[in-house]
Write a protein that binds this ligand. Structure first.
Ligand code: GLA
Length: 387
């Protein structure tokens, strides 16, 4: 990949003097969905697929961006003076947002950059290509300008930029999973205080399979923000009767005892998901640590049901992928992953069942939905690095 990056960089920008090459992963969340903005736990891991980058510092304050995934757009030019939260779409808003966020946090970027990116995360799959670009950009700035920031800071700066530059009110999970990724480990993160531990993902004879629904997200982001405010309202109602900071502070029993404080049936379902999903995540990590993969898979399935029935973020595409997966012998667990409303599912599949899984689920999906799903057998990888 390094050679391809350098060769293309030379073709696009004339030469490769002063160029360095980088990588930041994508992520998949194993369990703990829509808990990260509710002070709950998540359990994601970084992948070996992600975003590659080549970059160098310029002598002026110009910014030049080129993506090998959007070659038809050519080089997109901007400047360090033009970094303002933008409403218009476009992939350069992610790197620009991170540069803006660094400056907002008091890190002055002295010179512009020539940047080339190349991602191998399937497009729109919900494996966090945007957070991958954010963390990669932060890592590049740190490497070139010597900013004193930890990988955890890179995650927080990435989230800050996505919230305030791109207008998506996301939690910390994606950026954290990417910035803090560790090969063959998932991250058990408590989003209430950012304390975390790594848990080995020992999957003897089992692989992680991603199924991408290829459904375009559309209204996804506004629905995401809607779920977030529903949870905030439910929390405000619960706070009148019980002393908590977030829905993640409640056990299932405490929730059941106090749920009548929530005055709307839909909001009560949203809050129920947030509480139960957080507890499920804690139980799932315990099961994995005890090497009880069957129990882990069962909790993944329950997570999907809760996201489908109580949180209502799945849709026919994700439900079809998961419900077809459940029918197959050798599938340990299957659920939607990420924000939902499209994107992808994650399944734990026994080695000998992978071909059947891909054929059967793929065929049923095409028959019911009318277009194809894509399948990827993925591996758990490290966080950002210089190549
Ligand atoms: C998106 C957000 C994350 C998280 C998930 C749902 O991926 O970026 O912060 O909220 O959705 O778990």
């Amino acid at each position: 990949m390094k050679e391809t990056l350098l060769k293309t960089f030379g073709e696009v920008y004339g030469d490769t003097e002063g160029v360095k090459t980088f990588f930041a992963p994508g992520r998949v969340n194993l369990i703990g969905e829509h808990t990260d903005y509710n002070g709950g736990h998540v359990f994601p891991c970084a992948l070996t697929i992600g975003t590659y980058g080549a970059a160098r510092v310029r002598k002026d304050r110009k910014l030049c961006f080129y993506s090998m995934n959007f070659e038809h757009l050519g080089v997109i030019e901007s400047g360090l003076e033009d970094l303002k939260p933008a409403k218009e779409a476009g992939w350069t808003n992610y790197p620009k947002g991170v540069m803006w966020a660094f400056e907002e946090k008091g890190y002055q970027i002295p010179f512009g950059l020539d940047i080339l990116l190349c991602g191998n995360i399937p497009n729109g799959s919900g494996l966090s290509s945007s957070a991958s670009v954010e963390v990669l950009t932060g890592y590049i700035l740190k490497e070139f300008f010597g900013f004193d920031v930890s990988n955890q800071d890179l995650a927080l700066i990435g989230q800050f930029s996505e919230n305030n530059f791109n207008g998506v009110n996301c939690g910390i999970m994606d950026q954290f999973a990417i910035a803090m990724g560790k090969k063959d480990h998932a991250i058990f993160l408590d989003t209430a205080d950012l304390s975390y531990t790594y848990a080995p993902v020992k999957l003897e004879g089992i692989k992680l399979v991603i199924a991408s629904s290829n459904k375009k997200r559309g209204l996804g982001d506004s629905k995401y923000n809607e779920r977030r405010s529903e949870c905030e309202m439910a929390l405000a109602e619960l706070k009148k009767v019980v002393e908590i900071n977030g829905l993640g502070d409640l056990t299932e029993e405490q929730f059941e005892a106090n749920k009548s404080a929530i005055k709307d049936i839909v909001r009560a379902k949203r809050a129920k998901h947030a509480v139960y999903e957080n507890q499920r995540t804690i139980k799932a990590v315990r099961a994995l640590e005890a090497n009880d993969i069957a129990q882990f898979g069962q909790l993944m399935n329950e997570s999907h049901i809760s996201l489908r029935d109580d949180y209502e973020v799945t849709g026919v595409e994700l439900d079809t992928l998961v419900e077809e997966a459940w029918k197959i012998d050798g599938v340990v667990g299957s659920r939607m992953t990420g924000a939902g409303f499209g994107g992808c599912t994650v399944s734990l599949v026994k080695d000998e069942a992978i071909d059947t899984f891909i054929n059967k689920v793929g065929e049923a999906y095409r028959r019911k939905i009318g277009y194809k799903a894509d399948f990827y057998v993925v591996e758990v990888g490290d966080g950002p690095c210089t190549l």
